[in-house]
Design a protein around this ligand. Sequence first.
Ligand code: UD1
Length: 352
Amino acid sequence: MNVLHVVGARPNFMKVAPVLGALRGRPGVAQTLVHTGQHYDANMSEVFFQQLGLPAPDVNLGVGSGTHAVQTAEIMTRLEPLVVERKPDIALVYGDVNSTSATALVCAKLGIRLGHVEAGLRSFDRSMPEEINRLITDQLSDLLFTPSEDGDENLRREGIGREKIHRVGNVMIDSLVRLLPLAEKFSLAQFPARYALVTLHRPSNVDDDASLRGILESLQEIGRRMAVVFPVHPRTRQRMESLGAALNGVQVCGPLPYVEFLALQRRAAVVITDSGGIQEETTYLGVPCITLRGKTERPVTVSLGTNVLVGQDRRRLEEEFTRIFEGGGKRGRVPPLWDGHAAERIASILCG
Ligand code: UD1
């Protein structure tokens, strides 16, 4: 069986690593790893490949940045001849980024079987580009690997046959479980003892001047009470620069490598984020998470985990922060099948 993995953006890398690992050495399996080049900065891509023990991609399509249409079209145009040439038995795509849906479109039209890892998640908010990517990819997939029960329900509601849906758990947690011991050894001596860790990159938060300004003001407010550590995504850095925003009392740095960021998450008093994956990682780690979004495609992080949604409501953000600052915050538990073995389950289904 020839398996073609296609990844492109930072959150894909921790998902493909365990699946590649679980398929490696299975009899009759040959694997090709394609990087679309959606993320190209070394600190958004290369360092993740190194730390996750990923092999260098067999092919890098080098698409780079662009509008959604340009980026998606570039991926499709460059990927199609490769898929025609390699004729994989199955293509595997990950998560909800533009590389995911572009690959789904190419493979579906070439009649290549498609597997979607992290299928079925829905925010029910079509203003998010990721929601469009999820809907398209799931409709076109032959095998849908879901992380949680809500994923199965969403897919069934959209008319996807039960036989295609496989609840395997959360592959991103596989990488976390594997690398947590390394993260625990990482020295955080240059960071404060008690801190809030912040990430921010959603277009709905950072592309709008008023909302970005509001969030930055809240972070400065929070910074008066607790140290704030903020590794800034390139998209957000551009927006902050064009806004001329200064962040006093906040420890700002560039995007961090996986292990360092995991170490920081684990010891954080609170994580404030608009990321998808970080909502899950904090739930696994039992660290309180305040999510700057009105809806989440990962509802188990709220129902079972440590996550609280505050949208763009500054008052709610500051209230939730105070609750955590004074009382330690929400305690949660780890959702079923987030156990470090999701990729093995995927490999068994593919090879079974
Ligand atoms: C993408 C995903 C998002 C994911 C995020 C994680 C889509 C639609 N969005 O968003 O779901 O949570 O990755 O990071 O696929 N840039 C650089 N260097 C890079 C990559 C990007 O400077 O290596 C800058 C570019 O100016 C680019 C901007 O960041 O225009 C945004 O990059 P893009 O890949 O379009 O989307 P993200 O915001 O990173």
